[in-house]
Design a protein around this ligand. Sequence first.
Ligand SMILES: [Zn+2]
Length: 251
Amino acid sequence: MSIVEAIAITVLGLIIGMGVNHLSSVLPYLRSGSLIHHPICLWCHNTISWRTFVFLAQCSRCHRYPRLRIWLVLLGYPVLLWVLRLIPASRINWWLGVITLAYFGLVAVMDFEHRIILNPISITGAILGLGTGWYLHGLPKTLLGGIAGYATMFILYYLGIAFSRLVTKMRNQPLDEVALGFGDVNLGGVLGLYLGWPGITAGLLLAIILGGSFSLFVILYRLITHKYQMFMAIPYAPFLLLGATLLLFRP
Ligand SMILES: [Zn+2]
């Protein structure tokens, strides 16, 4: 790898990191109708200048430095792109890989922080997934994968609702949060397009194994620290995305 290429990859990673940081901070607030174009401080939610955002300076209102997430995303993308360059994926090419990583990261960050997958994000994902899947597996397998992913998550979503109703009845007390949101169903469809048929079956299985292991770890940790509560909600989208990433980017 030449020095020029190394610098170019690092700069591209930083630009994508900034884009993901900005969009994931701003998009959840666009729903209220007030269009926020300026970046916002994740501590006090006031708008900050582009200069403050780009140079990771202190917020002029609350005088705090950017949150950990901003740093992780900003530094994480150059690392991810370096890994992709050094260990190229066998199926997905470089630019398709870069776009996919940018989109997956955006969805994962927003789901972690807000537990939502906005409809415009799902629609964008459907377009990206259709294009990528078509390129990788051809149209029929891509569409079949999309339908399978959506249908599976749709069934799990309604099973989740039925389960929470049952628990509510038994405990006479409603659950605070449902396990799956409808955004997860849409994401199932999007990842189905990306992975195609039968790839999506492996993707969902991997997500269940990853999410299940993580849940078990959290439960054990809480049992040890005596903070255990039944039916804790765990975000599932990051595990769906991680499973799909491992499959799409395998060397
Ligand atoms: Zn602030």
